[in-house]
Design a protein around this ligand. Structure first.
Ligand SMILES: [Zn+2]
Length: 115
């Protein structure tokens, strides 16, 4: 086995950098309700203009929210934060009927069953 496999505890070669973005490793509880909302929307791939229209706030306010989120989650860019959003959707979204929760649950179930 190679060093990255031992260091990261995974055999996935694309995690050789040591970055293992697992849900639960971000301080999501540090976010305000509004920041959570912005983060969830960021995870859908929308740009600042669309975000500002969706939330009914100025684009500079959107940018301020995003830079707060980037700082609070210990990331460097909005793109990294959007990845966090996609991975942590389950933890962030409190909509019980959210189809993404159901999709995640069923794909996890299948994986567990297969293994
Ligand atoms: Zn959801």
């Amino acid at each position: 086995m190679t060093n990255w496999a031992e260091a990261t505890g995974t055999t996935c070669p694309y995690r050789r950098t040591g970055h293992t973005p697992e849900p639960g490793s971000w301080r999501l509880e540090a976010l305000t309700d509004r920041e959570r909302e912005v983060l969830l929307l960021l995870g859908t791939g929308v740009g600042n203009r669309e975000l500002s229209r969706e939330l009914g706030i100025a684009e500079r306010t959107v940018k301020a929210h995003i830079s707060n989120i980037v700082a609070k989650l210990g990331q460097q860019t909005r793109t990294q934060v959007a990845i966090v959003s996609a991975l942590a959707h389950n933890a962030l979204c409190d909509e019980p009927s959210c189809s993404q929760h159901l999709a995640l649950a069923s794909s996890r179930g299948q994986k567990t069953t297969a293994a």
